[in-house]
Ligand binder design. Structure first.
Ligand code: GLN
Length: 305
């Protein structure tokens, strides 16, 4: 497996030149565009990595999978999906248009920014600090990594420049889709997006979801089989934003990307995969990361379809 992963990185590293690192969050523009790494975590706990798989990166929208799981654990699926839909959009991840023109006004799904802000608003805790601590603790549990935390510089950078997300959140507040203090909800959202991890960390989350909600290395159940099914389904239909359909056709694996360059993938009952390559395509997905996943999916026949 390690040899296969190494050749996937070598075969696809040239694609990193075709993309650009995210710069709308200024701190993310400091990443090295030619990084590429992959890690596979099997459900028997075996782990394999190649390339820059141990390098930490900003998980960004991959955190939307984590906050969705926690919001459902805290509120139940009925409450969560009364605030956010389950439908893919053909719009970009930070689009505002459908919030106003579609009725009901709730965001289409929890994998786009508006939907994630609505799910993050449902995370339990008495104070902002308690909420972020709960989110971090949950992330530490499903990655098996006690050192998981968020990057302050990335958080502040996003807080300073996140006016688009601010607009989405205030719009949703005006429609009654989020309760509470909007700035506090945004603060929690910005911190969750700035959580750092490496390919192994996100591959482990993928393995928990692939294993129907049971942590492979400890045997502990963290989410029900049903919630794990919901998360995988929403990843397939919405996880790669407006490239989800194409990704499903060519790769066929539930996955969630982030503008930090990570992709978390979860092959039901087989493995979790973490990929990192910060050069992005025009839709905000890792350009070389997608190629690596496509080759791996073909090689190991991973498509669920
Ligand atoms: N923090 C980013 C934002 O809100 C997350 C976007 C992403 O990773 N696609 O814009």
């Amino acid at each position: 497996m390690e040899n296969l992963l190494t050749s996937l990185v070598n075969n696809n590293i040239s694609y990193t030149k075709d993309g650009n690192v995210a710069s709308y969050i200024p701190e993310l523009s400091k990443t090295n565009p030619s990084d590429l790494g992959i890690c596979v975590v099997n459900l028997d706990g075996k782990e394999y990595g190649a390339g820059d798989f141990e390098k930490n990166f900003s998980i960004q929208s991959i955190s939307k999978v984590i906050s969705l799981m926690l919001a459902i654990l805290d509120n139940g699926q009925r409450e969560v999906f009364s605030k956010v839909g389950m439908e893919p959009t053909g719009d970009s991840f930070n689009s505002i248009v459908s919030l106003e023109v579609k009725n009901p006004h709730k965001p289409f799904n929890p994998m786009i920014n508006a939907g994630a802000i609505a799910t993050t608003a449902l995370i339990g805790g008495n104070t902002l600090e308690e909420k972020i601590e709960r989110l971090l603790e949950f992330t530490r549990k499903i990655t098996g990594n006690d050192n998981i935390t968020y990057n302050k510089d990335v958080y502040l950078s996003e807080k300073q420049t996140g006016n688009r997300n601010r607009a989405l959140a205030y719009f949703m507040k005006s429609n009654g889709l989020i309760d509470g203090d909007v700035e506090e909800i945004l603060d929690l959202y910005f911190r969750q997006c700035s959580i750092e991890g490496n390919c192994r960390d996100i591959a482990r989350i993928g393995a928990v979801v692939a294993n129907d909600g049971i942590i492979p290395w400890s045997g502990e159940r963290v989410i029900s089989r049903e919630v794990s099914r919901i998360v995988k389904t929403i990843m397939v239909t919405c996880g790669m934003y407006d490239a989800s359909g194409e990704f499903a056709v060519h790769i066929g694996i539930p996955a969630k990307s982030g503008v930090g360059g990570g992709i978390l993938a979860s092959v039901p009952r087989r493995m979790g995969i973490g990929v990192y390559g910060p050069a992005l395509d025009s839709k905000g997905n890792s350009i070389a990361g997608i190629q690596v996943l496509q080759e791996l999916s073909k090689e190991l026949d991973l498509s669920i379809f």
